[in-house]
Design a protein around this ligand. Sequence first.
Ligand code: NDP
Length: 291
Amino acid sequence: AATGSVTVVGLGPMGRAMAAALLDRGYAVTVWNRTASRADDLVARGAVLAPSPADAVAANEVVILSLTDYVAVDAALEPAAQVLSGKVLVNLTSATPEEARAGARRAVERGAVQLTGGVTSPPSGIGQPDAATFYSGPREAFDRHRPVLETLTGRVEHQGEDPGLAALSYQLGMVMFWTSMLSFWQAVALARANGLTAADILPQATDTADSLAQFFAFYTERIDAGVHDGDVDRLAMGVASAEHVLRTHTEAGVDTSLPAAVVGLFRRGMEAGRAEDSFSSLVELLARPGG
Ligand code: NDP
């Protein structure tokens, strides 16, 4: 069993799973949450519920922050400003890269350091060997507290000193996660309007999702080389296909926001003179919307 002690601030599903994983490994855990009752199960297992954020922060050098956003982080840390000196704030709260950098600057102003983290697994993955977290910020703090970090997720990766890097990696994952999951909800809605269930289309949806990695790999080399040749696909073909998708939703009486947005992007590519280029040329349009 570990001999260390750690503070966890924020007991949503993630913070609760983290505190539980630390208790499982033998850490002494102090917790604080705005709604104190969320600590009940953890206290029953031996965690100490601090009466205030300042008491929670003062209790340990390592303070894990798992809050909804940085507004909540500021709300929790403000009353603890006097006891932040010397602390390592492991901030696993979702944020933009700029918010993470500003948070790290505020920590330094108070004599603390921030390790920004982006956890890529849901609460069920916390404490598991294959779950992963991106970190950035002071390497020295990462190395020194690596055993604690590896208790939260078995895989950890330090990406660099810039506290914004881990936030960027997290958001790169999330833009794909939200749009991909929405694509599944969209297909389920279309299926349902046609008398099919989610379970009916799961095998096909899984095949489609599995096929995406090979498309990413194929287009990556060409995109980085600035090559958008229309040798395997043309935007003119893509726009016709996207319009079939859109009209299938219209026929079924299903919401068209998402498929209409796709058609809109394809049409803008056409207007930019890309009809004979690959639909990968939309990357250029997305990266510089003003042209
Ligand atoms: P929740 O939003 O469910 O809970 C976060 C905690 O923030 C709660 O304890 C809540 O307190 C607290 N909080 C919110 N606003 C304030 C405030 N103004 N002052 C003080 N405390 C506040 O988040 P999760 O536990 O689900 O996730 C935590 C972080 O991890 C988020 O940034 C999320 O994006 C990220 N994440 C979540 C994943 C998931 O699957 N859930 C996966 C990967 C990352 P109270 O209990 O009093 O409401």
